[in-house]
Design a binder for this molecule. Structure first.
Ligand SMILES: Cc1cc2nc3c(=O)[nH]c(=O)nc-3n(C[C@H](O)[C@H](O)[C@H](O)COP(=O)(O)OP(=O)(O)OC[C@H]3O[C@@H](n4cnc5c(N)ncnc54)[C@H](O)[C@@H]3O)c2cc1C
Length: 356
C-alpha cells in the first residue's frame, strides 16, 4: 500500500558525509521530498564529534583490502570523477596527479583491482623509488575540500531536491521514527558506539592530526604508507594554495587536542616526501585533530526490522567508514539504499529526474 507522500517517510540520522551521500543517492532516485535529515551537527559546523569536516581529503589505497572496500572504492571514484566532470569547481572536487608509496606490506591484489579503473595508473620503476620505499604507483586521484564539498552537497540537497535538514540530537535510534516514517538510516559515525538502540561495541575512533598550510607550489598529491606512519600531502581544491599535511592513524585514541611534537613530525615527514614543499614558501594556518569512525571488521551496512508505533519498520545502519568515508561513501550509500528497495517501491514519492 502506498503511503501519502511525507517529508518524514525517510529519516536519515547524521549529516556527515555518510548521511549526505545516502540523501543524495535517494534524492537522485526521486525521493528528495520524502527525506528529513536529523543531526546534532550540520555542514558548516565544526566539532570534535563531527569527523567529516576534518578529512584531508583524497582517494587513495589506504582503504581495506576486503571485497566490500574494493567495491565501494570503485563506485566512489567513479562518482567523484563524475561530480568533478559535470559540476567543476563549484563542487570543490578536483582531479589531481598522485604518487602513492609503500615501505613494507604492499596490498598487490587490491592495487591490481584499482589499476583497472584508476585514470593514468602507472607502476613506478624500482630504480626510481626513494630510499626505504619498496613499491610505488602514480595515478590521477580526486582531491576534495571536505568542508566545502559538504556545504555544496547540503545546498544542493535542499535547493535542488527538497531534502529537509533539522538540527536535533537524539538519545535513542527509535526516536528517529515518527508515526509516518517507513525507513531510518543510521549514519551516526563514531556515535554508533554509544547511541541508544545501537550501542555497537565494535566501533572505535582512530585519531589523526593534520596541519593546514599555505604552500601554493604544491600541486601533486603524495602519500607514503610507512612502517610507523601514514604521511600525506593533499592540495585543497578551491583555495589559495592550501595544503593538508598529515598524519597519524592512532587506533582507539579520542583526544581532540593537537600536539606540537606531532606537528613537527608531520612537517619533517612531508618535507622529506615532496621537493615542492621543500622548495616553496610554507605558512602554517591551522593544526587540527579528527576521529575517524572505525569499526572492527569494517563498516556496517545492514538492515534490521524494528517494531515502532505498533508497526515493523526498516532501520538501515551505515556507519564505521573509518578513514575512507569520502572516497568509499557513495558506494556505501548505494548499497545501503539497495537494502530497502522493497519499501522505497511503496513510497508515493513525486519523481524528479535522476542527475549526477
Ligand atoms: C584527519 C582525517 C583525515 C581523513 N582523510 C580522509 C580522506 O583523505 N579520504 C576519505 O575518504 N576519508 C578521510 N577521512 C575519513 C572521513 O572523514 C570519515 O570516514 C567520514 O567523515 C565519516 O563520516 P560520518 O558521516 O560517518 O561521520 P561524521 O562526519 O562524524 O557525522 C556523524 C553525523 O551524525 C550525527 N550524530 C551522531 N550522533 C547523533 C545523535 N545522537 N543525534 C543526532 N545526530 C547525531 C552528527 O551530528 C553528524 O552529523 C579522514 C578523517 C580524518 C579524521
Amino acid at each position: 500500500m502506498a503511503s501519502a507522500n511525507s517529508q518524514n517517510d525517510i529519516v536519515i540520522v547524521g549529516a556527515g558525509i555518510i548521511g549526505l551521500y545516502v540523501a543524495l543517492a535517494l534524492a537522485q532516485r526521486g525521493h528528495g521530498r520524502s527525506i528529513s535529515v536529523l543531526a546534532e551537527y550540520l555542514p558548516g559546523d565544526t566539532a570534535v564529534a563531527y569527523t567529516s569536516p576534518w578529512a584531508g581529503c583524497n582517494f587513495s589505497a589506504i582503504s581495506g583490502t576486503d571485497a566490500n572496500a574494493i567495491r565501494w572504492d570503485k563506485a566512489g571514484y567513479e562518482f567523484l570523477r563524475g561530480i568533478e566532470a559535470t559540476v567543476g569547481d563549484k563542487s570543490f572536487v578536483k582531479r589531481t596527479p598522485s604518487t602513492e608509496m609503500w615501505d613494507d606490506v604492499v596490498p598487490h591484489d587490491k592495487i591490481k583491482a584499482m589499476s583497472e579503473y584508476l585514470e593514468n595508473f602507472r607502476i613506478i620503476p624500482s630504480e626510481k623509488l626513494p630510499k626505504g620505499v619498496v613499491f610505488a604507483v602514480s595515478f590521477t586521484t580526486v582531491t576534495i575540500n571536505a568542508p566545502k564539498f559538504m556545504e555544496y552537497l547540503h545546498a544542493r540537497l535542499q535547493n535542488e531536491y527538497g531534502v529537509r535538514f533539522q538540527r536535533q540530537k537524539i538519545d535513542h535510534i527509535a526516536s528517529a521514527f515518527t508515526p509516518s516514517t517507513r525507513i531510518v538510516f543510521n549514519c551516526t559515525g563514531n556515535a554508533a558506539r554509544s547511541l541508544g538502540g545501537v550501542e555497537d561495541p565494535k566501533c572505535y575512533p582512530t585519531r589523526g592530526q593534520v596541519v593546514l598550510v599555505r604552500a601554493p607550489s604544491v600541486k601533486r598529491n603524495m602519500m607514503r604508507h610507512g612502517l610507523d606512519h601514514e604521511t600525506y600531502i593533499i592540495p585543497r581544491p578551491g583555495t589559495s594554495g592550501h595544503v593538508i599535511l598529515g598524519g597519524y592513524m592512532q587506533k582507539g585514541n579520542n583526544d581532540g587536542s593537537t600536539y606540537k611534537s606531532e606537528t613537527e613530525s608531520i612537517l619533517e615527514r612531508t618535507r622529506g616526501l615532496s621537493k615542492d614543499l621543500r622548495a616553496g614558501q610554507l605558512e602554517i594556518l591551522a593544526t587540527v585533530a579528527g576521529m575517524r569512525p572505525s569499526r572492527e571488521g569494517g563498516a556496517r551496512i545492514e538492515r534490521e526490522q524494528r517494531a515502532v508505533h505498533g508497526q515493523q519498520r526498516a532501520l538501515v545502519h551505515n556507519y564505521g567508514a573509518g578513514g575512507t568515508g569520502f572516497q568509499a561513501g557513495f558506494g556505501m550509500a548505494l548499497e545501503a539504499v539497495q537494502h530497502v528497495e522493497d519499501v522505497l517501491a511503496t513510497l508515493d514519492t513525486a519523481r524528479t529526474p535522476a542527475r549526477l
